[in-house]
Design a binder for this molecule. Structure first.
Ligand SMILES: Cc1ncc(COP(=O)(O)O)c(C=O)c1O
Length: 400
């Protein structure tokens, strides 16, 4: 009998459902076709110059060797300072682990905390990696759906009834990818109290904390009670706030035993995040913050335009988000209709026909666990947004 090549664990996860659309959009671009792309998951701005200079300096200074597996003290201190400044939270170095992006932080948390039989509550629509990590670590994702009419914020009763004796943690993402949903302090207080009542951990992914609109000020759930401070692991990074997606710096703040376990895992797997990127991240967090404000302002201007333009299209409804750089319009009114003989029955069909026939790329909502919607990223310039919304409107007027 032949031995199986791959283990069972890798078969618990699927490749990203968005790959088909992205691959097709890329192929069309390579053929010289002008595709209007609204599928980006990263800011379209360049990394700020002061950050680049800090990286160049670190290379010149020969800071190019292994560092401590869980990150350099300068960066841990910068994270500690940032958490104090933004959230009024005090952490020690032993409560901070620097990883290779926030995705790596989340993965490490899963690997050191989850096991078979554990349940993890994930509000939907969700960033697809959450579900994959939970499954890969042998635990069970428990999906709690949110509604468009509630601005995609968790319903308290539904959250409460999803908790069982096996629930180990709740995974929160504020502001959210893909909906841009934001939680008010009272909502978070309710979740913190519920977690305390049921002895749950809270994973708080705050990676979009700086990309917020209409004066919304995110509060970290970790700051809302003694219990929440002890049982929350804050996950964050430099990818979105500083347009540093390729630099791969993420971090976790929280319980020192969990942090030590994550650091141990890193010491036997990835080793340290890139030394040069760590120095760049120190500058990002400690240096001038005007580029963060500039990007935020641009995102808000684009959000205003795109939400109005989408709601102006017959058949589309779109919630106005207060955070991140995505909108999540409901396109289900077009299901059952056709364009050029191509039937649209779900979000994947919608995205595919839109790409093939109108050359506009969006991400189908099914990739985030909600098939009535598509994700439209406004991490692209206003001119492209204006052209894209015009093309979309004309296209949808012809879908019969
Ligand atoms: C909600 C959310 N969390 C985490 C990440 C990961 O960020 P990174 O690994 O680049 O730090 C992303 C990236 O798309 C995200 O959308």
């Amino acid at each position: 009998m032949s031995k199986s090549k791959l283990n069972a664990r890798i078969n618990t996860i699927e490749p990203s459902m968005t790959i088909g659309i992205s691959a097709k959009a890329k192929e069309m671009c390579a053929q010289g076709i002008d595709v209007l792309t609204f599928s980006a998951g990263e800011p379209d701005f360049d990394t700020p110059d002061n950050v680049k200079e800090a990286a160049i300096k670190s290379i010149r200074d020969g800071f190019t060797k292994y560092t401590a597996a869980g990150g350099i003290n300068e960066l841990k201190d910068a994270v500690v300072e940032k958490e104090k400044r933004k959230n009024g939270l005090t952490y020690s170095r032993a409560e901070v682990c620097i990883s290779v992006g926030a995705k790596h932080s989340l993965y490490n948390i899963g690997e050191v905390m989850l096991e078979k039989g554990d349940e993890v509550i994930i509000p939907a629509p969700y960033w697809v990696t959450y579900e994959a990590i939970v499954k890969f670590c042998g635990a069970k994702p428990v999906i709690v759906r949110t509604k468009e009419e509630n601005n995609f914020v968790l319903d308290r009763g539904e959250l409460e009834s999803a908790i069982t004796k096996n629930t180990k943690m709740i995974l929160l993402n504020n502001p959210s990818n893909p909906t841009g949903a934001t939680y008010e302090k009272e909502d978070l207080q309710f979740i913190a109290d519920l977690a305390e009542k049921n002895d749950l951990w809270i994973i708080s992914d705050e990676i979009y904390e700086d990309i917020v609109f209409d004066g919304y000020k995110p509060v970290s759930i970790a700051a809302l009670s003694d219990y929440a401070r002890k049982k929350t692991l804050i996950v964050n990074g430099t990818s979105k706030s500083y347009s540093m997606t390729g630099w791969r710096i993420g971090y976790t703040c929280g319980d020192s035993e969990v942090i030590a376990a994550m650091t141990k895992l890193q010491s036997q797997s990835t080793s340290n995040p890139t030394s040069i990127s760590q120095m760049a991240a120190v500058e990002a967090l400690n240096g001038p913050q005007d580029s963060v404000a500039m990007m935020r302002d641009k995102f808000e201007e684009r959000r205003d335009y795109i939400v109005e333009a989408l709601n102006d299209i017959n058949g589309i409804t779109c919630v106005k988000p207060k955070g991140a750089f995505y909108v999540f319009p409901n396109v289900s009114k077009f299901y059952g209709k056709s364009y050029n003989g191509k039937k649209i029955n779900n979000s994947m069909d919608f995205a595919m026909v839109l790409l093939e026939e109108a050359r506009v790329a969006v991400v189908p909502g099914v990739a985030f666990g909600e098939d009535d919607f598509v994700r439209v990223s406004f991490a692209t310039d206003l001119e492209t947004i204006k052209r894209g919304m015009k093309v979309l409107k004309e296209f949808l007027n012809s879908v019969k």
